[in-house]
Design a protein around this ligand. Sequence first.
Ligand code: GTP
Ligand code: MG
Length: 309
Amino acid sequence: MSSTPENFKAGFACFVGRPNAGKSTLTNALVGKKIVITSSKPQTTRHAVRGIVHRPDAQLILVDTPGLHKPRTLLGERLNDLVKTTWAEVDVIAICLPASDKIGPGDRFLVTEAAKVAKTPKVALATKADLVEPDRMVEHLADIAKLGESVGIEWASVVPVSATSGYQVDVVADELVKLLPAGFPLYPDGDITDEPEETLVAELIREAALEGVRDELPHSIAVTIDEMNLREDRPENKPLLDIYANIFLERESQKGIVIGHKGARLREVGAAARKQIEALLGTPVYLDLHVKIAKNWQTDAKNLRKLGF
Ligand SMILES: Nc1nc2c(ncn2[C@@H]2O[C@H](COP(=O)(O)OP(=O)(O)OP(=O)(O)O)[C@@H](O)[C@H]2O)c(=O)[nH]1
Ligand SMILES: [Mg+2]
C-alpha cells in the first residue's frame, strides 16, 4: 500500500482503571456487541482483549485490560504486568474513574504509573455517570483535573460517560479517534474481536459461574475448553455444537458451592452459559461442564501455566 491515507485513522486505545471501574462494560458498549464479560465482582477481566470499532472515518481498536490493583497473588502480579505492557503499546490511554466512587489511593497509584508512559496521550473517563447527580459529577471532574495536575498528566480530554445508559458513549469514541494516527484499517471489515471462539466461550462460562458466588470464590474460578466440535450426523439445518468444558477451583471445599444441592447450581450455570454462547455463535449448543480442582492455582506457577497465564 502507498503512504498513509489522508482521511482515515486507525490505531489502539486501551482502557485502564482499578477493578470494577466499568472498562469491560464500556468496551462492549462501544463495540456494540458483548465481546468481554463483566460482573459486579472486582478483577473479572484476566486478559487484554481487543474489541474493534468500525467507523466510516476510522478503525478504533480498543484493548480492555484487567483492573490494576495491589497484587496479592502471582496471578495478580501477572495481570498488572499485562496492563503495563499494554499501555506501552497503544496510541491512547483512557483512564476510567467511576463517578460513583471518590478518587482513592488505587486511582492515584495507577495514574502515577500511567504518567510514566509520557509520550502517549491520555483521556480521563468519568464512568458510571448514570449513578450520580450533576453536582457530584462536577466535584468528580474537579478531582480528575487535580489528579492529572498532581502527577503531571495533561488530559487530552475528560468525558463523563455511562456505558449502561449509553450517555456519551459516542463522544468517547470521537475523543479517542481524534488521538489516533492516520492509517489504513488493521482488521477486516466486520471483525469485532480477535479473540478465538474458544476463549470467548470459556469466558461466558466463567461469567455464568461468577453469578451468585461471593467472597474469594470469584477469584478462584477458571474455565478451560477441552473440545468444541459440531456434532456429526446432524441434518444440515439442525446443527449442534458440542462443548466440553472444565470449571477449575482452587480447593475441594469450594466444589459444593459451585455444584449446589444435587448439582442444581451447576445446571443453572450451564443453562445461563449455553444461552449466551448460542447468542454469540448462532448455533444450538450442548454444553458439558466438569468441576475440577487446580490446587491454589492463583499462586502456583505450574497451574497458572496450565490455565493459560
Ligand atoms: N450503573 C452503571 N453500572 C455500570 C456501568 N458500567 C459498568 N457498570 C457495572 O459495574 C460493574 C463492573 O463493570 P465491569 O465492566 O465488569 O468493570 P471492569 O472495570 O471491567 O472490572 P475488572 O474487569 O474487574 O477490572 C458491573 O456490575 C457493571 O454492570 C455504568 O455505566 N453504569
Ligand atoms: Mg473488566
